[in-house]
Design a protein around this ligand. Structure first.
Ligand SMILES: Nc1nc2c(ncn2[C@@H]2O[C@H](COP(=O)(O)OP(=O)(O)OP(=O)(O)O)[C@@H](O)[C@H]2O)c(=O)[nH]1
Ligand SMILES: [Mg+2]
Length: 324
């Protein structure tokens, strides 16, 4: 098993039929192994016609726990003097500014709260874009050029009764220049409660891992995946979230700044065929188990045969050949 706690340690079992494969999975991974995928290879030799992909229940639980952030609570004005501060950082063009507006407007984020935006991206084109989006959504917007302006901007948004302030930043270029240093200092002065590393779903996982190192050094606490609509069937998303190694509160799946944002962990876990709903008391629901599927091919047929969201992740799996 890999040392990375987000590695799902998937194993693929191939044999003449699914019953044999289920039995082998249960024997090797435990009776509570989670079956993620069942495939029948019609063109393979008879001894290798069936395949199931499974993971130990404990690995799925670790992945779920790492991916799922605790619920955000609306700040209580009686006890808290400052709004909740959520910052967005990440590579150029990842979708930070569009996401800032979505967060302020959409009910799956802060649509039911009063949200304001502070932008640290003072490039003329960027300001115009965000200004237009903020106006369309009736969102108070403050522009901060210097760290010294942070306190005033926060005060004005508090006066506008904002419960949450979303911070937009310029794209992180590999070359840190004077502008980058200025906005980084302003970001530190804002003392965000959460810093979300925004990464497009089309980003290569190995490059994302490199981006993550810098972002975590700068205080990133979560990852936020955009452009999920641009990857057919969620291709490679599991691999990407593992490379980023942080909880995912939201994912974005379109260009509409008033919509196209969803709760992240449930969406990503759903692509794996794993429920994300923790019943009261925080106890995970019983997963589908290899043992439960093992008695008959009929049961196997009830397992969805296509989980394309994890196709590329499967390149990392181990294959076990089983006979009768
Ligand atoms: N398909 C799709 N496009 C998106 C999504 N989110 C943002 N975009 C588009 O991606 C492009 C860049 O979005 P921005 O919000 O400007 O990205 P940014 O990270 O703020 O860019 P910089 O500030 O230049 O670093 C725009 O054309 C957006 O409409 C998404 O979830 N899906
Ligand atoms: Mg931007």
């Amino acid at each position: 098993m890999a040392a990375d706690t987000m590695d799902l340690a998937l194993a693929s079992f191939r044999g003449p039929d699914t019953t044999v494969c289920f039995r082998a999975a249960a024997a090797e991974l435990g009776d509570d192994a989670v079956v993620l995928r069942t495939v029948l290879h019609g063109d393979a030799v008879p001894a290798q016609r069936a395949e199931i992909v499974a993971a130990p229940a404990s690995a799925i639980e670790r992945y779920r726990a790492r991916l799922t952030p605790p619920r955000l609570m609306r700040p209580d004005r009686a006890t808290r003097q400052l709004p909740l501060v959520i910052a967005l950082v990440g590579p150029t063009g990842a979708g930070k500014s569009t996401t800032a507006t979505k967060l302020a407007r959409h009910d799956e984020a802060f649509g039911q709260w009063r949200a304001g935006i502070i932008t640290l991206d003072t490039r003329p084109g960027a300001l115009e874009q965000l200004n237009a989006q903020a106006r369309a959504g009736d969102i108070p917007l403050e522009v901060v050029y210097e760290p010294a302006q942070v306190a005033g901007a926060l005060r004005r948004l508090m006066k506008a009764r904002c419960d949450v302030v979303i911070i937009d930043t310029p794209g992180q270029s590999p070359r840190a220049d004077a502008l980058a240093q200025r906005w980084s200092a302003a970001l530190r002065a804002l003392a965000p409660d959460e810093i979300h590393l925004v990464v497009a779903a089309t980003q290569r996982a190995d490059l994302a891992a490199a981006v993550r190192v810098d972002a975590v050094a700068a205080g990133a606490t979560h990852s936020l995946i955009t452009k999920v609509d641009e990857v057919p069937g969620g291709h490679g998303l599991t691999e990407l979230t593992i490379a980023l190694g942080m909880p995912v509160r939201w994912v974005c799946d379109g260009q509409d700044a008033g919509a196209d944002i969803r709760n992240g962990a449930p969406r990503l876990l759903g692509m794996l065929g794993v429920s994300s709903t923790l019943p009261a008391g925080g106890v995970a629901p019983a997963p589908r188990t290899a043992a439960a599927h093992s008695p008959a091919g009929a049961a196997a047929a009830s397992v969805p045969t296509r989980r394309s969201g994890i196709r590329s992740f499967f390149t990392r799996r181990r294959t076990v050949m089983v006979g009768r």
